[in-house]
Design a protein around this ligand. Structure first.
Ligand code: NAP
Length: 338
């Protein structure tokens, strides 16, 4: 996309942290998934001084998705990372700044909001919370120790390690089944371990899974323990109906197998506990993305909503940015857009 701006605006890059502390931004966006990036695009395009803060790298959950088939306008074989890369470029083109930092504390009540990060302190007239949600762990012994050593929460990232091996996918929702199907392109056998005897995933996704010869299913089962010395070597699975325990041991030649966990998400809202109104850990907003605190908005998977998809996250981000602009205009006694 051609930028409407000329000169140094196009040269702004995502910096590694430590912004000018005296600067007061119009909008600071916490989180650079699709919701935060859409907010960044809309806010910077409206010529609001915009900073996007991200703790590791842009993208959020969508970068763990191999195929983005249902985002309107997705091109054939569009991947999560490629979609996010285009969003980042777009936000930068419009002049949004980016910084890598982890926010540790927030003061949201005053007219100037203060965000305290590991590398710096950021001040803004408005804040958009777009921190998203993180994968839910199984919570069984061995899971934490063997994460990155056979246990994974991202098929796109780790599928290639299991070329022609066996993998197990825990969960029965859309994510588990879609990612399981993706894993069949690498693994010789993919077994879905689900705690009930029917999948939660959409029927269209289920049909593809049942038709795929590489897909197998362990019903009414939960993972009780993951074992291994530095790498996954076996796992104990319990049948929830009979109570029977089965130990699945790695094929001798392979020495290991993959365990991909897709059992839902936990909202990343710890930072805002006791500060912003929430329900079951998700931030409550109205349809304008306003939270209970003036000048503080929330967008994307982090908020209470009925559909958590890229398309709804980006829509939230756009609304939040426009409303942040209106809020700032009102604060400064200006008519909207003047
Ligand atoms: P989800 O729909 O919440 O499904 C989570 C799955 O994990 C369920 O099958 C659940 O079992 C199981 N589960 C939850 N806690 C568990 C535990 N402690 N132990 C074992 N199993 C557990 O999550 P998701 O699949 O990540 O999807 C999240 C949202 O994104 C959904 O709204 C989904 O529709 C959407 N999504 C859409 C697409 C698409 O449209 N292409 C793709 C991916 C995700 P039960 O079924 O027994 O509850």
């Amino acid at each position: 996309m051609a930028s409407i701006f000329k000169g140094d605006i196009n040269l702004k890059i995502i910096s590694k942290g430590g912004k000018n502390m005296s600067e007061i931004y119009d909008v600071v966006i916490i989180g650079q998934g699709p919701a935060g990036l859409a907010a960044g695009i809309y806010a910077s395009r409206a010529r609001l001084k915009t900073l996007m803060i991200e703790k590791e790298k842009a993208g959020g959950q969508i970068v763990t998705t191999a195929e983005v088939a249902n985002y309107p306008g997705s091109i054939e074989n569009a991947t999560g990372p490629s979609l996010v890369a285009r969003m980042v470029d777009q936000a930068k083109e419009f002049g949004a700044e980016g910084v890598l930092d982890t926010i540790l504390d927030v003061e949201l009540e005053g007219e100037i909001k203060v965000l305290k990060g590991e590398k710096g302190e950021y001040r803004a007239k408005s804040v958009i919370i777009a921190t998203g949600a993180n994968p839910r762990p199984i919570g069984c012994p061995g899971e934490k120790e063997l994460t990155g050593r056979g246990v994974s929460y991202c098929a796109t990232c780790d599928a290639a390690f299991f070329e022609d091996m066996e993998v197990y996918v825990v969960g029965g929702g859309d994510t588990a089944v879609e990612e399981g199907l993706y894993l069949t392109k690498f693994a010789r056998k993919v077994t879905i371990i689900h705690r009930r005897d029917e999948l939660r995933a959409a029927k269209s996704i289920q049909e593809k899974a049942f038709e795929n010869e590489k897909m197998h299913f362990m019903w009414d089962s939960v993972v009780e323990e993951i074992k291994g010395d530095g790498i996954v070597e076996s796992m104990v699975v319990k049948n929830v109906k009979t109570g029977e325990l089965t130990e699945i041991v790695a094929d001798e030649e392979d020495g290991t197998f993959g365990i991909f966990v897709f059992i839902g998400f936990i909202p990343a809202t710890k930072l805002f506990e006791g500060k912003v109104d929430m329900e079951n850990g998700y931030i409550i907003t109205d349809e304008d993305m306003k939270t209970n605190i003036p000048g503080v908005f929330a967008a994307g998977d982090v908020r209470v909503k009925s559909l958590r998809q890229v398309v709804t996250a980006t829509a939230d981000g756009a609304i939040a940015a426009v409303q942040a602009g209106k809020y700032i205009d009102a604060l400064e006694g200006k008519e909207y857009g003047k």
